[in-house]
Design a binder for this molecule. Sequence first.
Ligand code: COA
Length: 209
Amino acid sequence: MGNLHTSYHTRLTSAFAAGGGQGGVRAGRMRQVAEVRTAHTADLDAGILKAARALLDDVFAGDMTDHDWEHALGGVHALAWEGAELVGHAAVVQRRLLHGGRALRTGYVEGVGVRADRRRRGHGTAMMDALERVVRGAYELGALGATDEAAHFYAARGWRLWQGPSSALTPTGVTRTQEEDGCIYVLPMAVPLDLSGELTCDWRDGDLW
Ligand SMILES: CC(C)(COP(=O)(O)OP(=O)(O)OC[C@H]1O[C@@H](n2cnc3c(N)ncnc32)[C@H](O)[C@@H]1OP(=O)(O)O)[C@@H](O)C(=O)NCCC(=O)NCCS
């Protein structure tokens, strides 16, 4: 990867080959090291960004649009690696969400996916650990639009389903986005939230949430 501004959160999963003996761990017996690295978009080279996009194209089976990918750029990425193989991607970008009369500085999570054959190994957890650290340290609120499949995954991590009406601040004013109701999750922090109140996102091309 070779980027200067990259932080490493290293974790070992089923890392050691069977039969390590009583002599403890030896590097030569390590079968696989899994790790999550975080980096700003600016510090990822084109090859890694291309691999991340390809991974998400695969994960979302062709439903990943150029807009969806663009929504994941400009913030901090968490990349899960098994050795030299990229097996997971997630990102957090800044958006403004309007709630309770405030424009909350929000860490919005985008592009979360783990290769189908590498799921349930903790990669999603490790990526979200890294991004939630960013959210808690830099923003007033975390938010994301969840797939049905991932709803339990986020809820188990403390993300709360938004119960109230969702809307977007469009060039022609605030517009309801009722098709998104029931899919939006927030990570509450210090700012008081009324989960049954209105939540309005800022404008962008493509899917608004
Ligand atoms: C959601 C996703 C990123 C999770 O990645 P992962 O690497 O499998 O997650 P983890 O291994 O860290 O799972 C952690 C826990 O989340 C829960 N979980 C994860 N996937 C789950 C599923 N499909 N059903 C129910 N619970 C699930 C489990 O409690 C799991 O713990 P366990 O394996 O000990 O039971 C992955 O399933 C994925 O890429 N899905 C397709 C794309 C998608 O929907 N992305 C979300 C966009 S909002």
